[in-house]
Ligand binder design. Structure first.
Ligand SMILES: C[S@@+](CC[C@H](N)C(=O)[O-])C[C@H]1O[C@@H](n2cnc3c(N)ncnc32)[C@H](O)[C@@H]1O
Length: 363
């Protein structure tokens, strides 16, 4: 059940004309939606400077897209999500948005400086979570207010609060501390993998390039971090990616085309590929442990597949025999075990070869 365009069109027409007649100033249309852009304190600050906000709250499956498309020609329209979950209707979301904006309007707070210390405030500490707060009495049910807060030593209190804010943020919201944590595959664009060192595939938060020898150190660190979990699962600490030296990694860079993905400067993922006869072999697909489970590996795999040369009729991937999540990902992508040995030396026991045929329409 999708809400129809006609009544929404009539209602919004009415609001716009009556607002104009009353001299309300320019309006902005906010459409709460779980598929909208994630609402943040920065948005609340930005919207608190608007003259007039109109909220279009959906129910059921949401509102016919043409309503947003039509009104976007007449005023700014934003689809906004209040979080990665689904509620029944846009009203509660609109209330959340309205309340976060209203409290920023000058005169709303008795003491405007209260706003400066809050979680997500982009002050000198740049959007950390707030430190824990306490009030009187100093002891309650056997629990003490931290002694430093009762010391009256202003500089120490400031330092304690800063440390607590950082610790809390690191524990609960590491994504706020390092920008690479914000990386998600749905934000990654479609595009072709770079084929020369000068080419890049870039979005706001990340860059994919062909690896150069300068990347070898970080690649070695990343591959060890990624394969140690695999080795523990398969009781196989001798897996090749774990025993390779820096020189081996450098040598790998000349034997294969290797791509590295950086987010906020950090090397967070990589994949390599090469042509062997009519087969395009993809291997060493890795994503930093703290960023796994977000679809980045799948996205890189698709890019590596699309980089296969015309004459390749088959694509092979290699993965640890014990790695169930990798097997699931490759199965979903159409790969099946070939049963062939890996032929790369004894150190590759515990590694399996999976393959799929390229459809006739691949070009
Ligand atoms: C059941 S939801 C519709 C969900 C929609 N079918 C989807 O999957 O994207 C009904 C309405 O609730 C509101 N809503 C639900 N979750 C929301 C969220 N996370 N943020 C903002 N609005 C939300 C929107 O107004 C939406 O039109």
């Amino acid at each position: 059940m999708v809400m129809k365009a006609e009544p929404w069109g009539a209602a919004l027409d009415h609001l716009l004309t009556s607002g104009q007649a009353a001299g309300d100033g320019p309006a902005r249309l906010i459409v709460p939606s779980p598929s909208g852009k994630l609402f943040s304190q920065a948005d609340a600050e930005r919207l608190s400077r608007e003259r007039r906000l109109i909220f279009a709250c959906g129910r059921y499956e949401g509102i016919d897209q043409r309503v947003m498309d039509h009104f976007a020609k007449r005023l700014p329209v934003e689809e906004i999500s209040i979080g990665d979950f689904v509620i029944n209707g846009g009203e509660a979301a609109a209330l959340v948005i309205i309340e976060s904006i209203a409290r920023l309007i000058p005169g709303f707070m008795g003491n405007a400086s209260s706003l400066a210390e809050e979680s997500h405030h982009q002050g000198s500490e740049g959007g950390l979570l707030e430190y824990p707060v306490y009030t009187k009495p100093a002891t309650w049910r056997g629990l003490e207010v931290p002694a430093v807060l009762l010391s009256g030593h202003h500089a120490k209190i400031v330092q304690w609060r800063r440390d607590q804010a950082r610790r809390r943020t690191a524990e609960r919201r590491p994504d706020l501390l390092h920008p690479s944590q914000a990386l998600r595959s749905e934000e990654l664009t479609r595009g072709a993998l770079p084929r020369t060192e000068d080419e890049v595939l870039r979005t706001e938060d990340m860059v994919v390039r062909l690896a150069t020898p300068a990347d070898a150190g970080e690649l070695l660190t990343l591959q060890r971090a990624c394969w140690v979990a695999e080795a523990q699962r398969g009781d196989a600490l001798w897996l090749l990616p774990l025993t390779e030296s820096l020189d081996d990694v450098r040598a790998g860079l000349s034997a294969w085309q290797t791509w590295v993905l950086r987010s906020a400067g950090r090397l967070v993922a990589s994949v390599r590929a090469g042509q062997r006869g009519h087969t395009w072999q993809i291997s060493r697909l890795m994503v930093a442990p703290d960023l796994q489970g977000r679809g980045i590996g799948r996205w890189l795999l698709e890019l590596a597949e699309s980089a296969a040369p015309e004459e390749a009729t088959r694509i092979e991937v290699f993965t640890g025999a014990a790695s169930e999540s990798n097997h699931r990902m490759y199965k979903r992508a159409g790969y099946r075990p070939t049963g062939e040995p890996c032929l790369r030396g004894e150190a590759d026991e515990g590694v399996v070869r999976l393959a799929k045929h390229r459809g006739p329409d691949h070009h």
